[in-house]
Design a protein around this ligand. Structure first.
Ligand code: LMR
Length: 398
């Protein structure tokens, strides 16, 4: 039956973790996957999460959630993305369901897009998170690209981005990273977001925001929702994928939210029912544990403020590692500019290292990262930053 099945290509991100785990070297460093580590390189369970788990224990039953997941979790998620006092929430114009984290939210949306706008395409930034391509490919939505990153400035190619927005057919779907762009760590400024939003309005494009890192750009989830809020103010209908993998450290719990702002309540009811119907044959209904953790934390003012402190703590540790990595490279006398390490934001540094240089880092120094040169700053610690800087200097100096 299956003799024709060839092994699949390794995943460009999760494949790096597999290779890291298989390496017996005591020096090995994993700056591949975007998963936060403390300064000892250990995975972190936030205190607010431990507290929420304590409250769940004993009270938990194992009943199914509805197809659309926990209403409470969804409600709290929407406040986080659209704003506590959003008129759209009061008017019940947002169709939303609990999703299997950000990937699940993107995939539900892509399937919805294919089902109800079968001739539509999606414009995806260059570069983007590798899995975006898989998601829209498997949903059979044709992909187009738009300019985003400028390899020379290691910043945003705003002019080319705007040209692509203007030249796309009216009414196109665009995938936008709401904050802390993955993999580049380069976000438009507030002013640039306003211009993008204006041009979207002129062209009647539909913005779909992937917000996987709310809190990791500025340390404040409210500020990180700025791009979305600008589009909302300008009267766009939007889609939004939220994830609690990074900002609550709930990676393996697979908890997130997909929302679509609709014209009115009636439309929102219809859209939500269709999202549920797409979920039902795929996974029936989402898991309960992670959604309880999220709704407990976000609905309790004390736990929520503790969470905000902890998110800021994670963001600040990453920012301090950016400075230390850059300083180390400069102290080593690197002939290259490493300014972008501190200019870029969020979990990643898009280093500019070539695939061959990355291969040398892995083969000669046991440093694991994706071949596009992305460094997960969340894996950099006081203990390994010197070793990392030295290795980067060795492979880039000649
Ligand atoms: C990443 O980009 O490293 C994370 O979003 C993890 C993943 O699933 O790829």
């Amino acid at each position: 039956w299956f003799s024709h099945v060839e092994p699949a290509a390794k995943d460009p991100i999760l494949g790096v973790t597999e290779a890291f785990l298989a390496d017996p070297s005591p020096d090995k460093v994993n700056v591949g996957v975007g998963a936060y580590r403390d300064d000892n390189g250990k995975p972190v369970v936030l205190d607010c999460v431990r507290e929420a788990e304590g409250r769940i224990a004993g009270n938990l039953n194992m009943e199914y959630l509805p197809m659309g997941g926990s209403n409470k979790m969804v409600e709290e998620s929407l406040k986080l993305a659209y704003g506590e006092d959003s008129e759209f929430l009061k008017d019940k114009r947002v169709a939303a369901v609990q999703s299997l984290s950000g990937t699940g939210a993107c995939r539900l949306f892509a399937d919805f897009q294919k089902r109800f706008l079968p001739d539509s395409q999606i414009y995806i930034p260059v570069p983007t998170w590798a899995n975006h391509h898989n998601i829209w490919r498997d949903a059979r939505v044709p992909q187009r690209s738009f300019h985003y990153y400028h390899p020379e400035t290691k910043g945003l190619d705003f002019a080319a981005l705007m040209d692509d927005v203007k030249n796309a057919p009216n009414g196109s779907f665009f995938l936008l990273h709401a904050c802390a762009h993955n993999p580049t760590g380069v976000d438009p400024s507030e002013e640039q977001w306003r211009e993008i939003s204006y041009q979207f309005k002129v062209k009647n494009h539909f913005p779909f925001f992937d917000m996987a890192y709310q809190g990791f750009a500025s340390g404040d989830p409210e500020r990180d929702a700025k791009a979305i809020r600008i589009f909302l103010e300008d009267g766009h209908l939007i889609g939004c994928a939220q994830s609690y993998a990074k900002n609550m450290g709930l990676y393996g719990q697979r908890v997130g939210c997909l929302s679509i702002l609709c014209e009115d309540e009636l439309q929102a009811v219809a859209v939500k029912s269709q999202l549920q119907q797409i979920a039902r044959p795929m996974y029936s209904n989402p898991p309960v544990h992670g959604s309880l953790i999220v709704s407990i934390i976000l609905s309790d003012p004390e736990l929520k403020s503790q969470w905000l402190k902890e998110v800021k703590g994670m963001a600040d540790r990453i920012i301090s590692m950016r400075s230390t990595l850059r300083q180390n490279l400069e102290k080593l006398g690197s002939p290259l500019s490493w300014e972008h390490i501190t200019n870029q934001i969020g979990m990643f540094c898009y280093s500019g290292l070539t695939p061959e240089q990355v291969d040398r880092l892995t083969n000669d120094f046991h440093i694991y990262m994706t071949r596009n040169g992305r460094i997960s700053m969340a894996g950099v610690t006081t203990g390994n930053v010197g070793y990392l800087a030295n290795a980067i200097h060795e492979v880039t100096k000649s």
